[in-house]
Design a protein around this ligand. Structure first.
Ligand code: ADP
Ligand code: MG
Length: 512
């Protein structure tokens, strides 16, 4: 693989890359940088999230800026404030040894006055979200008449968020002879249309978007009824305290509900979605990055492009409508050569989506059994016992106190004492029942099971307003109706019996 030096970058940039520990370019960087440095052409770069697209356009962009001109020469458009800030941070760092090149980010959700003031100084590179930029143009705070480079970053997301009209408007303020560089993870129809409209014979570079990021990811699914999803989430979190991940939901409402549910149960979780104020979102991200949050419950848009490493898991609480999004979401884990797990929550009617994902993405899924409450109790007991064994009590408790407590327990055998202490410990688990949450009612494919149909209601399709309308949907070819209501009944009564038994064993009273 080539070095950054061979790509034609200047010493000032090479120096900072070295400081950042960027040893060699990623594939998209290797393909993009030389062309963007040399050719005066429009450009399309397609590569998954986390593959270093910012440097792929950012480095050549900074190299091409004329530091002696004070005009705004480059405009980078990003769909969200978070992404805009991340791009700005990276470009700012990359420009460390480039004298006189200024980089400024402007975005909604922050006071406009400060941005207007900053725009009075020369800013050769402006990173902006579309809405705020239009506002600033209208106030004549920003001038785009000398823009030579326009970068559309995360272009697919920009369109998903409904910024089409804003883009039209912004582009009308820029010179016709500028170069347009478009970067995106996916290439839906709308982008193809946009490319036709706004770009002139672009060079297109596409980096293997399918397997590269997914190679270290284990794809799993759990079969679970909608109403059991939140309990299943808890079981999974309880079964492995080392989990650190993002839970993707399709709607803001789902995101909020799940986050609140988990927080009520004292999990270190919080939500990230578009209805939150910028300050709230920043705060949540900060906590997640610093690991004081274990799980982030997010919508696709809010989590898009957010750069957090060390995630062990990605959960698809609801599968996305658009297949590309699955890869996108899963790509949040297994970064930098690490391994990761991507777990999809599958309702009965969603089974065909797993097949479609396997076929379209060339990956294999295995079913993950939702841990039983007994499994979790076992784990917790083991962990507790190990913790007790590892405790070094020597001289740390006052002899008098120790003696007194020993007297209190004098009539108990060791077995009785252990049982009591363990029960006391396990009650904190707050497990409501040991119902089997695995939805064991199997979907039959091929129709051999004689489908009566309509026995079960399909899951409601409550995708968010302005969602992925018109996008490529999952193919439904291998879908079949399910039957087997009797199985469901039997299953239920069995678990109810078990549940009672469990409660009497482990649970005295639900905590207030
Ligand atoms: P994308 O825009 O494709 O989602 P980013 O540009 O945000 O990806 O980069 C993801 C992460 O990878 C960032 O933390 C960035 O600093 C890092 N990164 C980018 N290029 C390299 C490289 N060549 N070597 C090491 N790390 C890199
Ligand atoms: Mg990016």
């Amino acid at each position: 693989m080539a070095s950054f030096k061979k790509l034609g970058l200047s010493d000032s940039i090479l120096k900072v890359l070295k400081e950042l520990g960027f040893e060699k370019p990623t594939e998209i960087q290797e393909e993009s940088i030389p062309q963007l440095l040399e050719k005066n052409t429009d450009f399309i770069g397609l590569a998954q999230t986390g593959t270093g697209k910012t440097a792929a356009f950012g480095l050549p962009l900074l190299e091409r800026i004329d530091p002696d001109s004070k005009a705004t020469q480059a405009l980078v458009l990003a769909p969200t404030r978070e992404l805009g800030q991340q791009i700005a941070e990276q470009l700012y760092t990359f420009s460390k040894y480039l004298d006189k090149v200024n980089v400024l980010a402007v975005y909604g959700g922050a006071p406009i006055q400060g941005q207007i003031k900053a725009l009075k100084r020369p800013q050769q590179v402006i990173i902006a979200t579309p809405g705020r930029l239009i506002d600033l143009i209208k106030r004549k705070a920003v001038k785009l008449g000398e823009v030579q480079y326009l970068v559309l970053d995360e272009a697919d997301e920009m369109l998903n968020m409904g910024f089409k009209d804003e883009l039209d408007e912004i582009l009308s303020y820029t010179p016709d002879d500028k170069l347009t560089w478009l970067f995106s993870a996916t290439m839906p129809q709308e982008i193809k249309r946009m490319v036709k409209k706004f770009m002139d014979q672009p060079i297109e570079v596409k980096v293997n978007t399918k397997n590269e990021v997914n190679v270290n990811i284990t794809h799993q699914y759990i079969s679970v009824k909608s109403r059991d999803k939140s309990d299943a989430m808890i079981r999974i979190l309880d079964s492995d305290p080392d989990i650190r991940g993002v839970v993707f939901c399709r709607t803001r409402m789902d995101t909020q509900n799940l986050a609140e549910f988990l927080m009520r149960k004292n999990y270190r979780a919080d939500a990230l979605h578009g209805d939150m104020s910028q300050a709230q979102r920043d705060k949540v991200m900060k906590r997640f990055k610093s690991k004081s949050l274990q799980v982030l419950i997010a919508t696709d848009v809010a989590a898009r492009g957010i750069d957090v490493n060390d995630l062990t898991h990605v959960f698809h609480y609801t599968l996305p409508d658009q297949i590309e999004y699955y890869t996108h979401r899963s790509g949040r884990t297994a970064r930098a050569g690490k391994k990761g797990v991507s777990i999809s929550f599958i309702g009965g009617g969603d089974q065909y989506k797993i097949k479609a994902l396997e076929r379209r993405l060339g990956i294999d899924f295995t079913q993950f059994q939702i841990p039983s409450a007994a499994d979790i109790v076992q784990l917790a007991a083991d962990k507790w016992a190990q913790g007790v064994l590892d405790t070094n009590e020597g001289g740390k408790i006052d002899d008098e106190i120790l003696e007194k407590v020993n007297l209190q327990f004098a009539d108990l055998s060791k077995e009785e004492l252990v049982a009591k202490v363990l029960l006391n410990q396990l009650q904190r688990l707050d497990i409501d029942s040991d119902r089997d949450l695995n939805d064991t009612v199997r979907q039959r494919s091929g129709g051999s099971g004689g489908s009566s149909g309509g026995r079960f209601r399909r899951e409601r399709n409550d995708r968010g307003k302005g969602g992925y309308k018109g996008k490529k949907k999952f193919e439904r070819s291998d879908r079949s109706d399910r039957s087997g209501g009797g199985g469901k009944k039997k299953h239920k009564s069995k678990s109810e019996g078990k549940s009672k038994d469990f409660k009497s064993r482990y649970k005295k009273k639900k905590k207030g």
